[in-house]
Design a protein around this ligand. Structure first.
Ligand code: 8YV
Length: 328
């Protein structure tokens, strides 16, 4: 008798080809509308399914995991960051967690550079003038930004994405510096021509640009707090394509308003969609709606990774992208 298909609940609409393939392989429940799943629906999904496929818009906390049914054995996250999932509680309950690392590295690094360029070269101001039909013509001193080449970039978090940012920044002629929990191997550091700072404070005080590329964990929460933001040079700028919680958003907003920090490029926010409204009023700030990894190719590859994780688990093996608490 053929083995019954795994029951899989997907919390958001995924690219059609990914949904189709999931439906061929598993007994899948897909969404019709593309809104975050309600808490009630998440509870019933976790009670009934063998596998849950959530995204960053689902808060899979310990209370929710506590209500999971005995069938739930795998949370196959569609995304690399797992800060919205209580991985330790899941593990205690015997539920595996997997993610989709690697396939969104280049897209996120590209967006980091796009934000960095947009802020340093004052692109929002240029866009505004053109869109409001307010351009009077070229002038020698209009819209002067800062040259990217030669500037010092301090990367906070030198994992896959941080390193991809480092390679791009070097190609733009930037001096690459980094702070990370662990120093990179000498040959990797050498290849990236990156200078390691054990002291984050010392690095922050000397950089022209800070890029946040570390995951959100209890130990990175408000790593860029008011005290540390104050260490930045007044002409320095900060970009964040990681998670909003790493920066104290209110403190950053205050300092941007008072000119203590020259500019910011943000793709992520501390309170999700509740962006500090004052940030929107600032000319030296570029805001994006969490679109760092939003490419068609990336979303397909994320789907393929989710499928491989579920299929491998179904075949009785460890999902290749299993996340364990000690990795976090
Ligand atoms: C994803 C991300 O789009 O993968 C991540 O960690 O931050 C995003 O770029 C999102 O998480 C999908 O769940």
């Amino acid at each position: 008798m053929p083995k019954p298909k795994l029951s899989v609940v997907v919390t958001r609409r995924l690219p059609e080809a990914v949904e189709t393939r999931l439906s061929e392989l598993f007994d899948v429940k897909l969404r019709d509308d593309d809104t975050p799943m309600s808490r009630t629906d998440l509870v019933s999904a976790m009670k009934s399914a063998d596998v849950l496929v959530p995204t960053v818009t689902d808060e899979i906390d310990s209370a929710l995991i506590g209500q999971a049914g005995d069938r739930l054995k795998l949370i196959a996250n569609y995304g690399a960051g797992v800060d919205h999932i209580d991985v330790s509680t899941a593990r205690q309950r015997g539920i595996l967690v997997s993610n989709t690392p690697g396939v969104l590295t280049d897209d996120t690094a590209d967006m980091t550079m796009a934000l960095l360029l947009a802020v340093l070269r004052r692109m929002p101001e240029g866009l505004n003038v053109m869109q409001s039909d307010g351009w009077d013509g070229w002038a020698p001193t209009a819209f002067l930004g800062g040259r990217v080449g030669g500037r010092r970039l301090g990367i906070l978090g030198m994992g896959r994405i941080g390193q991809a940012v480092a390679r791009r920044a070097a190609a733009f002629g930037m001096q690459v510096h980094y702070h990370n929990r662990r120093r990179l191997r000498p040959e990797v550091e050498e290849a990236l021509e990156a200078t390691y700072w054990e002291s984050l404070d010392q690095m922050v005080a000397r950089m022209d640009v800070i890029s946040i590329n570390c995951p959100a964990t209890p130990s990175t929460f408000h790593l860029m707090n008011a005290r540390r933001l104050k260490l930045m040079k007044p002409e320095a700028v900060i970009v964040n394509t990681s998670r909003g919680e790493v920066i104290d958003e209110n403190a950053l907003t205050r300092m941007l308003r008072s000119g203590e920090i020259a500019g910011a490029g943000l793709d992520v926010y501390e309170r999700g969609t509740h962006v500090n409204p004052r940030l929107r009023e600032l000319e030296n700030v570029v805001l994006l709606p969490h679109m760092g990894s939003a490419t068609r190719e990336g979303r397909m590859e994320m789907g393929e990774k989710v499928i491989i994780n579920i299929k491998t688990f179904d075949d009785g093996h460890r999902p290749p992208d299993q996340v364990v608490p000690s990795m976090l």
